[in-house]
Design a protein around this ligand. Structure first.
Ligand code: CTP
Length: 395
């Protein structure tokens, strides 16, 4: 972020106090901040605070741009690399969508030729109101980035979506908005991750030890490389990486349907540890002990092979990468899976140690061209190495 100039517009909501921390984070990351404080925002934070934190003059009204001759509003709106509206109130979003310019902030937004990032924060009903949702859709349609607010308890005592994300997350969004096009810009990458849960009855399930960490790291690396990313995630509690569209599923059959629904995929990376079987005729009521001392007999039925189905489909992505978690004969099993499933690469990892749930991994990329070893590294580094190779293969 070194040398990047952020024009930070602070709207009138209680979340305005978080913009103070955001200024510190941007500056610590090497960026420069110039603040524009709306009349509403000035009821929550003072220009003095913002000036002290940003070490720059704070602009408050159109008519107060003392140096209109040398620092007109047009120049102020264009000298930044990125315009960030944080917090963006419902009123601010409505004015932006309508093209209203009736104060300094809205005039700058209308006059800018730079990317605009809006970080909404408001009461849950205001956020969910059809008017606000329509305004957000309009803005997104104009290539303005609008971050979804977080779910949680609100200052007004209600609960739901509307909270401003924490400043480190807003900083991530700013970094992403500033990013130059990456090697996967314009590509759609599909990633499956995590385990699947196969119901025995409504309260019990069959699962495996997959943490989802490697798949989520790959989704994040693909997004950072500029790709549009769809992450089909089994039941894990990991946060969604920034810029990734997540589809949550439980069972292998739900995962198969979500993969089938993904359109226009250039590369699919199937990291999920899909359960091989589901329980036939799982009842919709809890199974009770019948007093005989005999356990219930579970009949297992094989799940669809999502990877093999995708490889055989007419909509097969140009590059399909499977994973193989093995405890022995790692390369031999990976080679067999490559042939059996029709994938371009199988990324084989030895899970005899603590790879599942651990933060490090070591993999072998097995393809028709041979075997490439990526030595042990943190899972995010393995993800970056893999994404670099995927970008090269798609080029
Ligand atoms: N896979 C899949 N659908 C399944 C089973 C596996 O899409 N029903 C995918 C996984 O996401 C992974 C690859 O196939 O990319 C290999 O998964 P793995 O569980 O190692 O292979 P299996 O075919 O289940 O073979 P086995 O369990 O016998 O080793």
């Amino acid at each position: 972020m070194h040398g990047k100039r952020i024009l930070l517009i602070i709207g009138g909501g209680i979340a305005a106090y978080k913009s103070c921390e955001l200024i510190r984070l941007i500056r610590r990351a090497g960026g420069e901040v110039t603040c524009v404080l709306t009349e509403g925002g000035s009821h929550f934070v003072t220009a003095m605070t913002l000036a002290a934190l940003s070490e720059n003059p704070v602009h408050t009204t159109l008519w107060d741009l003392r140096n209109e001759v040398e620092m007109g509003h047009i120049q102020l709106s264009r000298q930044a690399d990125l315009v960030v509206v944080c917090p963006a109130t419902a009123n601010m979003l409505a004015k932006m969508a309508a093209g209203i310019a009736d104060d300094l902030a809205t005039t700058l937004i209308l006059a800018t030729d730079k990317p605009v990032l809006a970080v909404p924060a408001m009461n849950v009903r205001m956020w969910l109101n059809a008017a606000t949702q329509a305004n957000v859709a309009t803005l997104r349609g104009r290539a303005i980035t609008v971050i979804d607010p977080e779910d949680g308890a609100m200052a007004c005592g209600e609960y739901g979506p509307g909270r401003l994300p924490e400043p480190p997350q807003v900083l991530d969004a700013i970094r992403a908005a500033l990013r130059e096009p990456g090697p996967l810009t314009g590509r759609h990458v599909l990633v499956t991750a995590g385990p699947t849960h196969e119901a025995i009855d409504p309260v019990r399930y069959i699962a495996n030890r997959s943490s989802g960490l490697q798949g989520f790291a790959i989704a994040e690396a693909a997004a950072q490389a500029g790709a549009r990313v769809t992450l089909v995630a089994g039941p894990v509690t990991l946060p969604t990486p920034f810029g990734v569209t997540r589809v949550n599923v439980e069972s292998a059959r739900e995962m198969a349907a979500a993969v089938d629904a993904a359109q226009g995929v250039d590369a699919a990376v199937m990291v999920a540890a899909v359960a091989d079987w589901h329980v036939a005729g799982a009842p919709d009521r809890k199974i009770k002990k019948d007093g005989s001392g005999q356990p219930p007999a579970l009949v297992l039925v094989e799940n669809p092979d999502i990877l093999a189905t995708l490889c055989a489909s007419p909509r097969r992505p140009r590059l399909v990468v499977g994973f193989a978690a093995e405890t022995h004969d790692v390369i031999a099993h990976a080679k067999a899976k490559l042939a059996r499933k029709g994938a371009d690469w199988i990324v084989a990892n030895d899970v005899s140690g603590d790879v599942m749930g651990g933060s490090r991994n070591a993999v072998h990329i097995v393809s028709a061209g041979g075997v490439e070893n990526i030595p042990e590294a943190p899972k995010h580094a393995i993800a970056a190495a893999l994404i670099e190779r995927i970008a090269r293969a798609l080029d």
